[in-house]
Write a protein that binds this ligand. Structure first.
Ligand SMILES: NC(=O)c1ccc[n+]([C@@H]2O[C@H](COP(=O)([O-])OP(=O)(O)OC[C@H]3O[C@@H](n4cnc5c(N)ncnc54)[C@H](O)[C@@H]3O)[C@@H](O)[C@H]2O)c1
Length: 268
């Protein structure tokens, strides 16, 4: 078989959660470019429709926008049903929605317990909700590819001195805890669903730069912390990993955590 054909997704249907912008949008574009019909979700229904419209205008595929706050199990059930009813199949789920740290500082003793609970609900319980409710349809069909977006933050501790030097409170430990949970969920669920033809993998991105929202000193120091000496590029650096795990190119890969961090987590 032609190796490029292994990456084609013609006629497949994917859900990408939280795909309005940044990495979620990038991954939705990657799948659409490979021929996949795409459901995008956002907490804001109008944003979901807007993003679906933009994707459909850019690529030769059909798209659908659906509302989802994945902290709610009820909303997740409704989203999964609506996505399935659209084309009678769901082949791929990218659990991208997450992030966010709330308004309280990242330092553990200053952190608001409500923000911690919200972090876990968004990043871990939300991912679990989506895995659970979407995989029902995949198990029924005997096929599915689930990709959970974790983080390099789940793999290593952070050098908080780097944040202090730029006068930043830093990312809270509850983010690392939630994302580490996502990796555990991925591995155990892969074992549970592999006899049903459902693959479950994770991607752990390192720092992907969003223009203009961080101090220059931190941006430079963080880039230097990666073996490749730079941040991940939005619009480019996560697309290949997502397409690989979504397609037949990864048909002997499950329970894997693909680290896309420029080497950040692999040296001291
Ligand atoms: N940007 C990075 O450097 C980086 C690094 C490692 C991991 N990640 C992870 O990659 C994913 C995408 O990150 P990003 O930086 O591109 O975007 P982001 O973190 O700004 O947001 C992701 C999306 O999730 C949505 N979301 C938040 N809470 C939600 C909820 N309760 N229900 C449904 N949707 C919700 C947001 O609205 C947004 O569209 C996240 O899971 C993030 O944790 C990002």
């Amino acid at each position: 078989m032609n190796v490029i054909d292994l990456f084609r997704l013609d006629g497949r249907v994917a859900i990408v959660t939280g795909a309005h912008a940044w990495l979620g949008y990038d991954m939705a574009c990657a799948l659409a470019e490979a021929g996949c019909h795409v459901v995008v979700t956002s907490r804001d229904e109008a944003r979901a429709s807007e993003t679906a419209g933009k994707l459909g205008d850019t690529y030769d595929v059909e798209t659908l926008g659906l509302p989802l706050d994945q902290r709610s199990h009820e909303q997740t059930v409704a989203m999964a049903k609506a996505a399935f009813d659209w084309k009678g199949r769901i082949d791929i789920l990218i659990n991208n929605a997450g992030g966010g740290s709330g308004n309280s500082p990242g330092r553990i003793h200053e952190r608001d317990p409500e923000d911690e609970a919200n972090m876990i609900a968004t990043n871990l319980t939300g991912c679990l909700n989506c895995c659970k409710e979407v995989s029902r349809y995949m198990v029924e069909a005997g096929y599915g590819k689930i990709i959970n977006i974790a983080s390099a933050a789940a793999l290593i501790g952070r050098d908080r001195r780097m944040y202090d030097r730029s006068d930043m409170a830093g990312q809270p430990v509850d983010y690392a805890a939630a994302k580490a949970g996502v990796i555990g969920l991925t591995q155990d669920l892969a074992g549970m669903l592999s006899p049903k033809g459902v693959y479950v993998n994770a991607i752990s991105p390192g720092g992907f730069e969003k223009p203009g929202n961080l101090p220059d000193t931190f941006v430079a120091e963080f880039a230097d912390g990666a073996m490749l000496g730079r941040w991940g590029r939005m619009g480019i650096d996560l697309k290949g990993a997502a397409l690989f795990l979504a397609s037949a190119a990864s048909d002997y890969v499950t329970a894997h955590n693909l680290v896309v961090d420029g080497g950040f987590s692999a040296w001291k």
